[in-house]
Design a protein around this ligand. Structure first.
Ligand SMILES: Nc1nc2c(ncn2[C@@H]2O[C@H](COP(=O)(O)OP(=O)(O)OP(=O)(O)O)[C@@H](O)[C@H]2O)c(=O)[nH]1
Length: 665
């Protein structure tokens, strides 16, 4: 696996790709050149060989034509010498024609009826033979011109023969038989010279009759079949019809060959000269193959040379890469490349410019960071930075001090210290802020490690950079004092500072609420209004402070006597009010009585003199038609006045139905 990986890496390197590109280009060029050379070379070789074949076939055809014409001419001369002689004379003259035996294997003469009347050499049984039915006899009789027969197997010799025939004429010029010369196809001298013609390893010359029967083939003596040839190429068919010329042809079952056809007109034969294309193209193939190997060797040599060259060329690039790595590691500041390569120098200079800008930006950023750290560190306002996930990344010293946290605080510590009552609301709001990016503004209580509960106000906003949210920055203010001040103000607004009870304003607000509740649900509530009897003498004799003391003691007793849900108020001066929510008039009467008794026991002392006080109390329930607190207060006030009028220290209950009052007691 490791060698494979290293091979892949070296091929994928710039050097590997350059070399691979060069080799591929070289191979493609060589391939194209070889292909073109093969194509054009083939055409050239074909053309040259076709010319050669044309020349060869013409020579052969002319030679054979001459030979056939000579033989036919000789037979014609013999025919003329035989005119007007009897059979015995015929035989004698044939026997004297020894010189013809150079060209013919045998001679014969027939009469007009096709009967052999003489032959030479004498073959027993030949004289008297009837050949009137033979094709060649019929041809000559019907068309009295010299004729060369189709091949046949001789009856006497058993050899393949053709007959050259000339017609015989009598004195009147009428057909009088034929004179024929036999030519042995296998042993005769007619085709002997063709045996010596060499057309490479596979080239050959063959002769066909006009009917397509093969008369001669140099390598197929034994398979000569005068009755039919095997060559079925279209070119041969054309040649048999009289065409002569050269072409590239594919014979049945054979490879493609260059062929040339010529006509031997006197005999009606066709000469075929053929050379297989593979044979003539073989030298070209061998040449290109040698060229291919030479180029391949050259490619290997080139590869080695180019590798050295490319490595040398890429050395500056390697140095550039090393220097960039050194810049990255902080070992050098800028690139210093000494090379003539303009492109690399440009890369180095661009890199240096960018590096310079980067360093400047970094320095600027560092300055800003330092400035920001100083601001955050020195500001008395507690500040924090949170990520987009909501986790606090930074708390400035003021905030750490405010919350009582160490610099190494745990992530959850400050969160755990949020007051339990505020935790859920704070969490919900913080989640909403993280989800929507809206501002977070909330007041919450924080349990300081020293046990104090702080009120803090938190205001956080999203920070955007390039229109993308980066996180949140927040501010925390200690508002404990403000909250306390506000609470005090709220309390003072509705309470009596002397007794700590509700003041008129606070009481009237609660009375209005009770009225609304009554109107809504019919919940009964009762108002008790009372005034201290003869309070003035305490003030006058004991002083204002003693009076205040009495007022405070009365307030304490009344607040003590009623439920926590009841509201007790000092309406002003020595006048008090009690609102009893969810209370019947009967219960309220009892409560008023108990209050009256309890207050009657309250005493204050001044200079050995003890003072006590009584109450004149008016009681009334909320009822239909009570439009406002004033209506109810006026009714209770009236009852209280009646109590005064009735001699004080008493309770007067007022209602719209006096019988009901009676029934209460
Ligand atoms: N010490 C003290 N006295 C007050 C205060 N407000 C009112 N008073 C006095 O309370 C007295 C109320 O007087 P009245 O109710 O008219 O007189 P009374 O003596 O109670 O007579 P009756 O109500 O008719 O029984 C006055 O002397 C006021 O000065 C207060 O805040 N402190």
């Amino acid at each position: 696996m490791a060698p494979f990986t290293s091979l892949t890496r070296s091929i994928c390197s710039l050097q590997g790709r350059l070399l691979a590109g060069l080799v591929m280009t070289w191979l493609v060029i060589v391939g194209i050149v070889l292909l073109l050379a093969w194509q054009f070379g083939k055409e050239l070789v074909d053309d040259a060989n076709l010319s050669h074949l044309r020349y060869e076939s013409r020579l052969i055809a002319e030679d054979l034509t001459r030979q056939v014409e000579r033989r036919l001419g000789t037979l014609e001369r013999l025919e003329r010498s035989l005119r007007g002689v009897d059979e015995e004379e015929l035989k004698a003259r044939l026997a004297n024609s020894q010189v013809l035996m150079e060209w013919f294997e045998g001679l014969m003469v027939t009469d007009a009826d096709g009967r052999v009347v003489a032959d030479w050499p004498v073959v027993p049984g030949r004289v008297g033979l009837e050949i009137a039915d033979r094709e060649y006899f019929r041809m000559v009789r019907h068309s009295p011109w010299p004729y060369v027969s189709r091949p046949f197997v001789g009856r006497a010799s058993g050899d393949s023969l053709v007959l050259m025939l000339v017609p015989r004429f009598d004195d009147r010029g009428s057909f009088d038989g034929v004179v024929g010369g036999m030519i042995n196809l296998a042993q005769g001298g007619l085709f002997q010279r063709l045996e010596t013609i060499r057309l490479g390893e596979e080239g050959y010359v063959s002769i066909f009759t006009a009917m397509g029967e093969r008369l001669f083939h140099p390598r197929r003596h034994s398979s000569l079949r005068p009755e039919g040839a095997q060559d079925d190429s279209a070119a041969l068919q054309l040649a048999l019809d009289g065409w002569q010329g050269e072409t590239v042809a594919r014979a049945g079952g054979e490879a493609t060959a260059l062929v040339s056809y010529r006509q031997i007109w006197p005999a009606g034969w066709v000469v075929k000269v053929a050379v297989p294309q593979a044979q003539i193209q073989q030298p070209l193939g061998e040449f290109l193959s040698r060229l291919w190997w030479a180029w391949l060797a050259l490619a290997v040599l080139m590869l080695v040379t180019m590798r050295l060259l490319v490595r040398r060329l890429l050395r500056p690039l390697h140095r550039l890469e090393q220097q960039i790595a050194q810049v990255g590691a902080g070992e050098r500041r800028y690139l210093e490349l000494s090379t003539n390569m303009h492109e690399l120098r440009q890369v180095a200079s661009s890199f240096n410019r960018l590096e310079h800008e980067r360093l400047a930006a970094l320095e600027h950023l560092r300055d800003r960071q330092a400035f920001l750290d100083a601001v955050l560190g020195s500001t008395p306002i507690g500040m924090f930075v949170a990520g987009l996930n909501g986790h606090l990344n930074y708390l400035n010293p003021a905030l750490l001090e405010l919350l009582g946290l160490n610099e190494v605080y745990s992530a959850n510590e400050w969160w755990e210290r949020i007051h339990p009552a505020d935790k859920q609301g704070t969490e919900d709001m913080w989640r909403h802020t993280l989800a929507t990016g809206s501002d977070f503004v909330r007041q919450l209580r924080f349990l300081h490690p020293n046990g104090v509960t702080l009120w803090v106000e938190v205001h956080a906003s999203q920070v955007l950079g390039n229109e993308q949210a980066l996180g949140f920055v927040g501010m925390v203010k200690d508002i404990t004092e403000r909250r306390q001040q506000e609470a005090l103000q709220r309390w003072e607004a509705e309470h009596d500072p002397l007794t700590g009870l509700l003041n008129r304003r606070g009481f009237e607000r609660r009375l209005e609420e009770a009225l609304a509740e009554y109107a809504k649900t019919g919940t009964p509530s009762v108002l008790i209004l009372f005034d201290l009897d003869h309070f003035k003498p305490i003030n006058d004799e004991g002083g204002h402070a003693l009076g205040d003391e009495m007022l405070r003691r009365v307030a304490q007793v009344v607040a003590w006597e009623v439920r926590r849900s009841d509201h007790v108020a000092r309406q002003g001066g020595d006048e008090f009010a009690v609102l009893l929510p969810s209370c019947t008039l009967k219960q309220a009467g009892e409560i008023a009585e108990s209050l009256r008794r309890a207050v009657a026991e309250v005493t204050v002392t001044n200079e050995d003199k003890t003072y006590s006080i009584t109450l004149s109390m008016g009681v009334t329930a909320l009822q239909e038609g009570d439009e406002s607190a004033d209506t109810v207060l006026a009714r209770a006030d009236e009852a209280s006045y009646k109590a005064k009028a009735n001699g004080r220290n008493t309770v007067v209950i007022t209602t719209c139905d006096d019988d009901l009052v009676d029934s209460l007691w």
